[in-house]
Design a protein around this ligand. Structure first.
Ligand code: AMP
Ligand code: ZN
Ligand code: FE
Ligand code: FE
Length: 281
């Protein structure tokens, strides 16, 4: 049982990497990928606290945006963290998320929400990637809302007037950087219409040309017809099919290991990286 997409408190998850490793071990997983948004900052802690019998697949979930403004999340796995272009791309996104947050906060202030950047930063762990969930937590702490879910449903969703985007590479550029760093690229929750507009089926051809390795087929945001369609696309292009929880600790309903990647599929994926980088203890 492999869960190929999870978050720690180095982005918008609520568990430390150590806690995440312990939970994965207790759940009987044989493999877990740590894929915080636009960062590798949690890798060392996860590696240091790895448990026997559990393979650690290090990665990041790269925020992307298409030319027509559609948000896409690209999982980069098993890449070389020393690759300069990839780490600069993630650093640029992280920096841009700060100014973007200030703009969202200003829009909320104009609508009479009393919230400051300091309130938001108080919800963020040291060295973590800033995101809307931290703003949601600040609004909950101030008593405006009851949960992250409520905040996203009411005021922070992608079509909300308070929404501001941040710099992100295109999916093709992100794939190219992940591949150049020796890793593999898997498009995450590609048909999660809950999150706003999604890319058309036609776009996959361009992603495959850029080097896409896999499609996250099994994800709670995908309906059965979505899964069937994505599975067909994967077969058509010879891509690997993955499944994962997209676990965020108690920041989301998603439960660790609720969707999984088959070992045979993971092995195909691993073989597409330029080196053996799975960590075992
Ligand atoms: P951002 O990266 O700042 O644009 O924020 C997007 C993140 O918010 C995603 O990675 C999701 O994990 C999280 N998110 C989206 N919708 C919800 C929700 N309803 N409840 C909790 N977290 C959410
Ligand atoms: Zn997230
Ligand atoms: Fe995502
Ligand atoms: Fe995610």
């Amino acid at each position: 049982m492999i869960d190929l997409h999870t978050h720690s408190n180095f982005s918008d998850g609520t568990d430390t990497p150590t806690h995440l490793i312990n939970k994965a071990h207790a759940a009987g997983l044989t493999g877990i990928a740590l894929t915080d948004h636009d960062t590798v900052a949690g890798w060392d802690e996860a590696t240091a606290h790895l448990r026997p019998g559990l393979s650690l697949i290090l990665g990041a979930e790269i925020s992307c945006q298409t030319a027509d403004g559609i948000s896409v999340h690209m999982l980069g796995l098993l890449f070389d963290r020393e690759n300069q272009e990839l780490s600069e791309m993630m650093a640029r996104t992280r920096d841009n998320r700060i100014g973007r947050m200030a703009k969202i906060v200003a829009r909320l202030n104009a609508a009479n929400y009393e919230i400051s950047m300091e309130d938001v930063e108080a919800q963020l762990s040291d060295g973590a990637t800033l995101g809307r969930p931290h703003l949601a937590d600040a609004l909950v702490a101030k008593g405006y809302m009851k949960s992250r879910d409520q905040v996203f449903a009411e005021i922070l969703h992608n079509d909300s007037p308070f929404y501001v985007s941040h710099y992100s590479p295109t999916p093709e550029v992100a794939i190219a950087h992940i591949k150049a760093a020796g890793g593999v690229a898997v498009i995450a929750h590609a048909m999660s219409s809950l999150r706003g507009r999604v890319v058309s089926i036609d776009s996959f051809e361009s992603y495959v040309q850029a080097g896409l390795d896999g499609i996250e087929v099994f994800h709670r945001d995908h309906t059965l017809p979505n899964r069937e369609l994505l599975s067909q696309i994967a077969d058509e292009y010879g891509l690997v099919k993955t499944g994962s929880s997209d676990y965020h600790g108690n920041g989301k309903l998603n439960q660790l290991a609720e969707c999984e990647t088959e070992l045979a599929e993971f092995e195909k994926l691993e073989a597409r990286a330029n080196a053996r980088r799975v960590i075992k203890r």
